[in-house]
Write a new protein. Structure first.
Length: 140
């Protein structure tokens, strides 16, 4: 039974190009193509691209919310990395146990992680040239 003020949701079912309406006991159920359930985006095609985009956007928001901490020279890199592992990474990987990862999604997640870790570690100067540290040195 639905609480008052909430609408029951149902995926759109299309047969021969026509959307089928659903009425149960004179009660109309709204048909949607996607909705948010416990913070995860559920859609009719079972694709997770939108979910991953949303999670990465939330991770970027969490990073910029703590940007002052990440840019501070008073905080050690170890503490910054610990904050990344305990605050930002869980935001991005929430409900990722059900994701079916494709190569392009893995690439998007790796690009996000490199962006955040570049912000934490910054470039290093080696023999008059600047370069970013390699990923093998960042996460253990």
């Amino acid at each position: 039974m639905q609480a008052s003020g909430t609408l029951p949701l149902l995926f759109v079912s299309i047969y021969d190009g026509v959307i089928q309406n659903l009425n149960i006991r004179s009660s109309y159920i709204e048909q949607v193509k996607q909705y948010k359930y416990f913070g995860s985006i559920i859609n009719d095609t079972n694709s997770i691209e939108e979910e991953v985009k949303e999670r990465i956007a939330l991770g970027i928001k969490a990073y910029y919310a703590n940007l002052k901490f990440f840019k501070s020279r008073l905080v050690t890199k170890g503490s910054k990395l610990q904050l990344y592992r305990t605050v930002i990474r869980p935001v991005v990987t929430y409900a990722s146990e059900i994701w079916v990862l494709k190569e392009n999604i893995i690439q998007k997640l790796l690009v996000f992680e490199r962006k955040i870790l570049r912000g934490i570690f910054g470039p290093t100067k080696e023999s008059q040239t600047w370069r970013f540290k390699r990923m093998k040195n960042w996460t253990n």
